[in-house]
Design a protein. Structure first.
Lengths: 13, 91
């Protein structure tokens, strides 16, 4: 697995 | 934040495997964030004992990626989450 910029996406209503 | 900073998840914030989506999510009171693989790998190492520098070194080794790039991305990611009070950087 390649290193990519980490992401965290808010789960909306 | 310095490489010696020891991040930890605040009370009420935890990592959770969402079986429906097959992804890791960061759960906080009234909030949930879907994590990609790298984000989950970072937060999976946030145990209240590991320093930011150690987390970055471990990931750079695992992903065979340049330490400078990994360190910068880890610091930015944790800073963003700390701003949202989803990670605590202050002991």
């Amino acid at each position: 697995m390649k290193w990519t910029k980490p992401k965290a996406v808010e789960i909306r209503c | 934040m310095t490489p010696a900073t020891v991040p930890h998840l605040p009370r009420g914030v935890r990592l959770h495997h969402d079986r429906v989506r097959g992804t890791m999510v960061l759960l906080a009171p009234e909030r949930a964030l879907m994590l990609d693989e790298v984000g989950a790998a970072i937060l999976g190492r946030v145990d209240g004992a590991a320093e930011v520098g150690q987390i970055a070194e471990s990931l750079a080794q695992e992903y065979d990626a340049p330490l400078a790039e990994v360190s910068a991305d880890v610091a930015e990611f944790l800073s963003d989450l700390a701003r949202e009070r989803l990670v605590d950087l202050h002991g």
